[in-house]
Design a protein around this ligand. Structure first.
Ligand code: SAM
Length: 433
């Protein structure tokens, strides 16, 4: 029964804002992490969001109205009637499994007996709740990030191991068909901008699919596929590329696939733990042309002859992450909002990001640098790029902003218009003098 106590304690820690969902789950013992983590996430989906949730009011009202577990626990008076279940969070994880997961998971014990004593009443309250809300199935009652439910599950074919055609044949054999994944949950489609990228219905799970576990497909959102695709280093044996901030390695493996395993990618990652994740990701994805290095990119000397022939650099540095539609953390009610909006923190991040770009500009043979973030803040995006274009390094080496024709010409958006005017202005000034 430790399992339920551990899950309840983890929910207590989340209530006390001791970390993000992912962060707190990562501290659980490795042996039980997957199972306890799954219960926590599924339980969070059935809990009411706090008022801080960043959603339009009407959507928020609809969602609040549907959340079942707290309501059922309260109506069944579980905590009042059952002294062995001492906390709301313990009640939540037990009731979750009893009502939504087909029963209590672990063996016999006093807690199992305690919750089973109330099974009939809880089931009755749950049924009444469903009738009141007009829910036809249990899934209708769980919460999800409205944005996440509108974003397809993107799957990138790892062309190191097989072709898109082979992947299509595999998915069709598994019961999928080519079509609109928003119309039919078993349909999938090719992405219109990124080669070898497929869209599935948002709720499709690939965690246990052999294509995923063997590294033949990589679960990578479309936005995360843009940088390597835009950089597109040539697939030749002489090509030397740097991925300056590589872990966990999705973009590195994408670069490696684009280069067809030819040439060499030096993949820098300064964090030791993340470096290990990077190494295992690269080995799973068959990236033999990548040399992972547990080194700070800023500590290397661009004039060192080792780097004399580096022509392409991918820069995807640490950022606020404010643009991530997180499939887990949204369940915790916009917990990082204070941090994200903290201008001190954003200023520091922007200064670091600029330093990374200007460092990349010092490599003597570099022709192309792609800079990306997961942020929606202009201070980390357009303004960093403006400052980089206006730097001494840019004018010394002749860097310019790449024109639309060579950067996803079919993509309609080009950053925030008011910010882009500013970078154009800076860019024009630079050329006037
Ligand atoms: C946004 S993540 C990169 C994600 C990665 N490109 C991917 O697609 O999987 C940024 C990474 O850069 C690393 N990092 C930050 N500063 C660095 C530096 N100066 N040198 C090397 N790695 C750095 C961080 O530890 C973090 O793992």
């Amino acid at each position: 029964m430790n399992f339920y106590f551990d899950a309840a304690k983890t929910l207590d820690r989340l209530d006390a804002r001791q970390g993000s969902v992912k962060g707190v789950i990562a501290t659980l013992p490795e042996k039980t992490r997957k199972r306890t983590g799954a219960l926590i996430i599924e339980t969070l989906k059935c809990m009411p969001p706090a008022l801080t949730d960043n959603l339009p009011a009407q959507a928020e009202m609809q969602r609040l109205d549907k959340i079942p577990l707290t309501d059922v626990i309260q109506k069944a008076q579980l905590l009042k009637e059952e002294k062995k279940i001492k906390s709301q969070n313990l009640a939540l994880v037990l009731v979750h499994d009893l009502l939504l997961a087909g029963g209590i998971q672990a063996g016999d014990g006093p807690i199992k007996q305690a919750i089973l004593r109330h099974k009939t009443r809880l089931n009755a309250e749950f049924t009444k709740h469903k009738v009141r809300k007009g829910a036809t199935n249990n899934q209708d009652l769980t919460r999800g990030d409205i944005r996440a439910s509108q974003i397809p599950r993107y799957v990138r074919v790892n062309t190191k191991f097989w072709t898109s055609d082979e992947a299509i044949a595999y998915f069709i054999k598994k019961g999928f068909s080519i079509g609109d994944p928003f119309q039919t949950s078993t349909s999938f489609a090719k992405d219109e901008h990124i080669p070898d990228l497929f869209l599935f219905a948002p709720q499709t799970s690939f965690q246990d699919d052999t294509a995923y576990t063997s590294g033949k497909v990589i679960l990578q959102d479309k936005a995360s596929c843009f940088p390597a695709f835009v950089l597109s280093p040539p697939a030749n044996d002489k090509c030397l590329v740097i991925d300056a901030t590589a872990a966990p390695g999705n973009k590195t493996s994408h670069l490696s696939a684009i280069m067809k395993g030819k040439g060499k990618i030096l993949a820098f990652e300064r964090d030791r733990k993340r470096f290990h994740t990077l190494k295992s990701m690269l080995s799973k994805a068959g990236c033999a042309n990548v040399l992972p290095l547990n080194t700070d990119f800023l500590s290397i000397d661009p004039s060192d002859t080792t780097y004399a022939s580096v022509t392409h650099i991918l820069l995807d540095p640490s950022c606020s992450g404010s643009g991530i539609v997180n499939r887990l953390d949204h369940l915790l009610n916009a917990e990082n909002d204070d941090d994200i909006n903290d201008s001190d923190r954003l200023n520091k991040l922007a200064a670091f990001q600029l330093q990374m770009i200007t460092h990349a500009m010092r490599f003597p043979s570099v022709q192309k640098i792609v800079y990306s973030t997961c942020s929606v803040h202009a201070i980390e995006n357009e303004r960093v790029v403006s400052s980089a274009l206006n730097s001494d390094e840019a004018s010394n080496m002749g860097f310019i902003l790449a024109p639309r024709e060579v950067v996803l010409p079919a993509w309609p958006r080009r950053g925030l218009p008011q910010e882009m005017e500013m970078s154009m202005l800076l860019f024009l000034c630079q050329h006037t003098y």
